[in-house]
Ligand binder design. Sequence first.
Ligand code: UT7
Length: 337
Amino acid sequence: MKNPRAKHNFVGQTCSITGVGSYVPERVMTNADLEKIVETSDEWITTRTGIKERRIAAANEFTSDLAANAAKRAMEMAGVSAEQIDLIIVATITPDMPFPNTACLVQQKIGAGRAAAFDIEAACSGFIYALEIGQQFIMSRTYQTVLVIGAEKLSSITNWKDRNTCVLFGDGAGAAILQNRENSHGLLTAVMGADGDKANLLSMPGGGSACPATMQSVTDGLHFLRMDGKETFKNAVQAMCSAANEVLSRCDLDVTKIKCVIPHQANRRIIDAVGDRLKATPEQLFVNLHKYGNTSAASVAIALDEAVRSGKIQKGDLILIVAFGAGLTWGAAVIEW
Ligand code: UT7
């Protein structure tokens, strides 16, 4: 294998992930619970999606709370204090409110008073977008320590009367600490992509400048997430495979060299289709979808944390992360752990 780091990182410098952490709310909502709310069945949800249960945040628990809890765990693993953090990036489609941004609220909750703070919105690809943005600040030496978070309270935009969508999503957060380490392991390369022509496949139409909140917009359900599931499915498989192949090829790697493939956790059938096309074995694919459903920007971040803490990923292992979401957006990255 050629040195996969050589082509893409500045010589001698690496954007290392020195800590990861995740947090999911305590309340578990099972498929049996959903059977009582909408006309569905555990059998349908399990066979069509692979999801068995998801976590639902409490009424007084917001995206910034989930994010702050995940951040504290990542900081602990990295041995980083709140004062050391230079920048906080939160990827979310469910901010606590339109403004101020959720990253500022996280800054206050973790006491990172020195940090600049902003949100990015790339739906389920948000964590990979945020990693790539954070990497740029590290590699340019603008900042020493960047906290990147994917966090969602999707239950706040879920239409609990729509069985097409309400069985799919869950709440949670995942975080990573990025730091510059000389001649060390870290992010080798990342790609981001988008296709605004297909913006209508997955959206929440209400609440922005195009459709501010009115009595009518609420009555019409415009403040709920909506999705064309079938079209989204097709685009997800295609975009994730192509993004994954691009980062592998940039690093002169074939999939056999990857210890762990961490795909966005939206649907087991999507994960398996992507795995098949990439020729990844079931042992390489990391799946925790059955426990959490689709947590959008938090999905890959939670999975990365669980893969690391469970011992599935060891120092020196190569990891492929890949995601797809509304926008449309997609992204992939190769990480040397
Ligand atoms: O995170 C961003 C990316 N998101 C995704 O990638 C999600 C992509 N899409 C999907 O995962 C799948 O398209 C879904 C899981 C959303 C739907 O699966 P599907 O195999 O595409 O089912 P469908 O939408 O074609 O629905 C098949 C049938 C329909 O009934 P009819 O019209 O054939 O009689 C639906 O009404 O299943 C019905 N159905 C349900 N039945 C029981 C849809 N949702 C449910 C449900 N329970 N929850």
